[in-house]
Design a protein around this ligand. Structure first.
Ligand SMILES: Cc1cc2nc3c(=O)[nH]c(=O)nc-3n(C[C@H](O)[C@H](O)[C@H](O)COP(=O)(O)OP(=O)(O)OC[C@H]3O[C@@H](n4cnc5c(N)ncnc54)[C@H](O)[C@@H]3O)c2cc1C
Length: 400
């Protein structure tokens, strides 16, 4: 197409994954165009990012700015808060058990996005067009993206970081497996009377998890997964009533609770792309996979997508080879996480006795068998490291 700006790489979408992809590529010496609006300051969520994701933020020089506004996660506890006949035992994961100081940091999304956006804006190798893509055409000579601000970009390769409704994914003809569980998340931050001791507590309930995650000081963030109509009803409560409901649900383990302004409701669902790359387009983040917020998987996985597409770009020169390599790298990680989250979520929602027994036995084994607990913790941080950790632990025992 005449008049189009030519680019080797176009990144569509300027959420956390799009900004990270642009930055990582730039730090590896690659130029890219990034198309997406500057992030707003309306996202009240916080994100628990685990050690491998933090290593990438460190590599980009962003961690020092984020540490003071974030809280380390030293312990993660799962409590069966269902009133069901068969209840799973409480399981506590301690970072110290796998020789780590903490599992990760709970970072406010507003702070994370602002730090990423400032770093991208300061990077000369990134041409950031603060606009949206209004139309796509994938042709033999490149992927053509029409911009809302005017003009077209013709790119050899597109990193689609344009979220769950990804127009770039649609243009590449990649189909989705989607499932709705009729769940929504109420998100709110709150102050509390007692110390949280850097412990996150996930209560499993019949409608989904209720997850408290520490913030600096005597403050925590909450993601409360319930039916969509319950989320709206909770969000409409006055501060005192909502604070009481949260304190009751937590069995007063943090003492008196006082919610902070700015509650939000997020509709939830599961979506999985049938493949992660095709026709010049590689999917990262929620363009590739969307999960309910159980076990802090979403953005951690999205950051591993970004790492793998950048590695594939740096390893190969030919677009088709890059895409094939990326798809192959992402399959085991994404499919295993999607399966585990879906299984856990469905075992909560299911009133069937066998599902409850399975969950009870599974969590019982994890809680009662330290090597298995170590495996789950390592695997939660870094795919593939759980089994190798278990094997080396067993080797040491055999030697002794
Ligand atoms: C309640 C809740 C709690 C969560 N907690 C955690 C957690 O603790 N840990 C964790 O790892 N994950 C968590 N997640 C998941 C995490 O929030 C997501 O994985 C992450 O936000 C996805 O980022 P993304 O960049 O892929 O997509 P998005 O943040 O959706 O970004 C997409 C971007 O694309 C842009 N865009 C869309 N269309 C276009 C277009 N046509 N042209 C250009 N740009 C476009 C949008 O403006 C947006 O900026 C949570 C999710 C929820 C709902």
């Amino acid at each position: 197409m005449s008049g189009a700006t030519q680019a080797d790489i176009l990144i569509a979408g300027s959420g956390a994954t799009g900004l990270l992809a642009a930055l990582l590529l730039a730090r590896r010496g690659r130029r890219a165009i990034l198309a997406g609006p500057a992030p707003g300051d309306g996202d009240r969520r916080t994100t628990a990012l685990m050690l491998p994701a933090l290593a990438i933020l460190e590599e980009l020089g962003l961690l020092d700015r984020l540490k003071p506004v974030s809280a380390p996660l030293r312990r993660m506890r799962i409590i069966d808060g269902t009133g069901r006949l068969i209840r799973a035992p409480t399981v506590t994961f301690n970072a110290g058990e796998i020789g780590a100081e903490h599992f990760g940091l709970n970072i406010p999304n507003g702070e994370l996005n602002a730090a990423l956006a400032a770093a991208v804006a300061a990077e000369p190798a990134i041409d950031w067009r603060r606009t949206t893509v209004t139309g796509w055409r994938i042709e033999a000579d490149g992927a053509h993206a029409a911009l809302a601000e005017g003009g077209t970009i013709c790119a050899g390769l597109v990193i689609a970081a344009d979220g769950r409704n990804s127009p770039a994914r649609e243009a590449a003809g990649i189909r989705l497996l989607a499932r709705s569980h009729r769940q929504a998340a109420l998100v709110v931050n709150f102050a509390h009377e007692r110390e949280h001791a850097h412990t996150s507590t996930e209560f499993h309930t019949e409608t989904g998890p209720f997850t408290q995650v520490p913030l600096p000081g005597r403050r925590s963030s909450l993601v409360w997964v319930v039916r969509p109509e319950t989320a709206q009803a909770l969000a409409a409560l006055d501060d005192a009533a909502l604070s009481r409901r949260i304190e009751d649900r937590m069995q007063s383990m943090l003492g008196r609770v006082a919610v902070e302004p700015g509650r939000q409701v997020y509709p939830l669902g599961s979506m999985l792309a049938e493949r992660f790359a095709r026709d010049r387009v590689a999917l990262v983040g929620e363009a590739a996979h969307v999960f309910p917020p159980i076990g802090a998987q979403g953005l951690n996985l999205g950051i591993r997508d970004v790492r793998d597409i950048v590695d594939a770009i740096c390893a190969h020169g030919v677009v088709d080879t890059i895409l094939a390599d990326y798809d192959r790298r992402r399959r085991p990680d994404v499919l295993s996480r999607a399966g585990a989250v879906d299984l856990l979520n469905r075992s909560l929602l299911s009133g069937m006795l066998p599902a409850q027994m399975l969950r009870g036995v599974g969590l019982g084994l994890i809680g009662g068998v330290p090597p298995l607990r170590g495996l789950v913790m390592r695997e939660g941080l870094q795919p593939g490291s759980g089994l190798s950790g278990l094997v080396s632990g067993l080797r040491k025992k055999v030697r002794r």
